[in-house]
Each structure stands twice: as structure tokens, then as C-alpha cells.
Design a protein around this ligand. Sequence first.
Ligand code: NAD
Length: 502
Amino acid sequence: MTRMWIGGRWTTAASRQTFPVDNPATEQILDRVPRADGRDADRAVAAAAEAFRTWRGVSGLERASLMHQFAARLRARHTAIARQVTLEGGKPYIENLDEVEWCAAVFDYYGEIARDQAGKVLAPVFPHQVNFVRKEPYGVVVCIVPWNYPLLLLSWKLAPALAAGNAVVIKPSEETPLSTLMLAEDLAIFGRGVVNIVTGFGSEVGEPLVTHKETSLVAFTGSIATGKRIAEAAAPHLKKLNLELGGNDPFIVCDDVDVDVAAKGAAWAAFLNMGQVCTSGERFYVFESVYERFVKKFVSIARGLRLGNPLGPDIDCGPLIRESHRAQIERKIEDAVAQGAKILCGGRRPPRLKKGFFFEPTVLVNVSQSMSLMRSETFGPIAPIVPVSGIEEAVRLADDSEYGLGANIYTNRLEWAMYAMENIHAGTFWINDPLTDNDAGPFGGMRMSGMGRELGIEGLDAFREPKHVHMDWRVEAKPYWYPYRWKGVPAPPAPPRKRRTP
Ligand code: NAD
């Protein structure tokens, strides 16, 4: 059993219970971890609150140095960590190497700006006054993370939270806690109790963290359903929330581009990590004039993707995360087919892979906008393709959604790209380069895809709140009850005196 990490020590759950962590490629149990509950949440929050008293006073310079040191430690162990992410999450090892490096880069990025703790100085009302705004940490913040990019999505929270001076309690996904626990001893460089990791289920330990009176902010990435539950639980406490939720991203292909290039980009957006990416392309709108060519190329790429053990060198896709997720995807496909959709490739479990939650990359046509796979997030390797008459129809259908996480377009025509960008709700809009992120740019969702932003300076501001300080360096009596006269503004006429009745 691997224990969890509270107050700089390895520990079991108060209940002494554990739960298994599976390998989705083999269906074998990898390890067991503590099944934490509210009592463990209390311990972790107490340890973080205690550590915060010291950590908040550590200079930005020192924080920056620690963050760079942590990034170096991640890089030094990147193969072992990537292997663990692969074993428990099923994403190909090569992509997990990239995830660990990206995670280190995020710590370096926030290390660079950690020194800039200053807010701003305002023009004073009078010359003998100073007005400034400083940015303060919240205190104890809770980071709740999903399984699809367990370390990257943690780094988007943890790095800015630490850079801002907060102490942290991490709740990794119950599917992928082992890779997060691997970081525990390296995280100890920030100080005992500054970062704590509790393992367990959302309803058992996640919610007690959300409602705990000493946690000030919850940074959450996960599904819309869980995001709503967290918002409901947080509401009575008016707790600050940053919610990164699901997506159902549209992908437009215009007829002025090299169709083969666009099809490769589209296949990457659809099938990367088996479509288990919040910004996966989930709905493809292709100009009629290039539709047949695009579909042919797209299907040939999908058929050529190699499925298998994600630790193997010659594979493109691993398994889905769990059996229930695979069954849910199958139901969506059956539902679409029952309504007239046609499967061009995939749509089944690969016959040669008997163990593991594998599923073939699937391309569907004859789909309509009302089908459930067009209206709600699938989070799987399913690509429905729809022909459109031109840019207006493409943009209208693309924006016809409750979601607003990301959107893509392939075109060389600036006016089409800008028209789509202006008229589609999306926190990130990609033109000719799907799913590429820049750590200095904000990431997040519009509409139901979330509230708040991660990455960039916005991602740092999410973890600190402004305090406006007004100071007068002359101690003098002021006629506070006559502010008009004091500020040089004529006072309103005095109210007429009441006449005394003789
Ligand atoms: P999930 O919502 O089931 O779980 C996410 C985390 O929340 C887990 O750690 C879980 O234990 C915890 N949790 C569950 N119930 C809770 C509760 N009541 N209180 C507190 N915590 C609770 O999501 P998942 O299946 O792990 O991840 C897939 C989802 O995440 C997809 O919808 C995907 O789009 C979304 N996602 C969004 C982004 C983004 O940046 N917007 C990135 C990746 C994934």
C-alpha cells in the first residue's frame, strides 16, 4: 500500500480503509491507497493552515527559487513519473513524458513570475497620501484534479497557488493518485505541511474539503456534473471557486486549405489520449466542397492508429480509463446509429485486445445536431462529421452548444477565421493548430465549461486577492463629517433651521 501525505508525513486514513488503483490496460490492481474521509480532510487542512503562517511570509524570490528546484526534480525523475502516469491512466508513455516536462515548465513559468508579488501604486488623492494594491494569498486552497492529465492539471493549480503564497491540500482523482503521491517528498522542499495530498473519493473526502471552514478557495477540474455539486456545496460558505469543466469542442474545416493537413490536425484533436481531453474536437463541420476528400483521409488516419499497451513503443492510443466509461461511449454510438448515423470505422472493442478498456477510434457520418453525441461531451475517440454549406452554417452549428471550452478552425482566410473567432463562444480558439497551449495565455471555459481561468497571469490572480491600502503620512485631525469641504468641494447648503415656536 502507498500511504498519503499530510503535514510532511506518510499516513494512513483515519478509517484504516484503502481502495485499489487499477491499470486500465491490463485490468490488474497496481496498488492500494488510503480511503480518506472528513477526519483526514480536517487533519490535512489543519496541517496546511499551520504551514501557511510561515509560508505566507516567504519572499517571492525564495518561492521562485523553490519552484525552479521542484521543476528540476521533476525533470530528474521524469521517466519514472511518466511510467506511473501511464500505468494508472492508460495514456501512452511518450505523451506522459511530455506531460511531466510540461508540468516542470509550468513550475518554471510561475517561478519566473513568483517574484512579482507587487500589485500596483495608484495616483494619490492628495500628495501626502499613498494608495497601493497588494495581492495576498487566500490561505488554504483545495486543488481537486481529474485523471486524464493528473500532473499537468495539478501543476496549473499548484504552481500558481504556491507562487501566490497559499498552502495547499490536493485531492487527486481516485483513478490516478499514485503519480501525485510520487511527488510528495519532492514537494516537501516548500516546507512541512505547505502541500498535502489526501486520497479518496469525491463524496467522502472531496466534499469535506470544499465545505471546510478553513479552506478559502477551491480550484477544480472535472466534469460539469461534479462542478455543479461543488458549487452547491460551496454556496452556503460563499467559497471562492475556480471551475474548469467539460467541453464539446467544434472543429471547422474550410475548403481553402490542404485537406490532408486539416484531416491530420482533426484526427489529432479527436483521438489524442483516446479523445479523453477536455478540448478534444468532438464535432466536425466540413465544407461540402471538400467533405468527401476530408472524410476519406480522416478515416484512413483513424484506421491506421495503433492501439495497445501504452508502455509499448509502437502505439498511438491506449485504453479508456474504465469499463463504465467505455460502456457509456458505446451507448452513445448505439443511440446515434438508431437515429440514422453511419459508422465508417471503429465503433467496437478491438477483437485482438481481450484485456483492458480499449475501443477503436470511431468515425460517424449522417449525424444530426440533435443527437446526444453532438449535444453533450463524449470524452472518447468518437468523431462525428457533418457537411456544411459555408462559413455561416459552420459557425452557427459550432456555436449551437451549452459548452464553451475550445473551438478550432482550419482556413487561410483571415476574415473566415476572425468571423468564427468572434461568433463562437470558446475560452480558447485555435486557428490551424489544434490543442496547442501557451503557458502564458489564460485557459478556461465560457458558458457551462467553467468559471475562472488557469495559466497566464490570470491563473496567478486566481490564487490571490487584491487589498487596497490607503495611507496618509500626516497624522492630522480631519473634518471627516464634512468630506465635501475637506476635498475642496463646496458643501451643500445647510438645511434650514427649525424655528422654535415661541
Ligand atoms: P469528475 O468530475 O468525475 O472528477 C474530478 C475530480 O473531482 C476527482 O478528483 C473526483 O474525485 C472529484 N470529485 C467528485 N465528486 C466530488 C465532490 N462531490 N466534491 C469534491 N470533489 C469531487 O471528472 P473526471 O472523470 O475525473 O474527469 C473528466 C472530466 O473532466 C471531463 O468532463 C473533462 O472534460 C473534464 N476536464 C476538464 C478540463 C478543463 O480544463 N476544463 C481538463 C480536463 C478534464
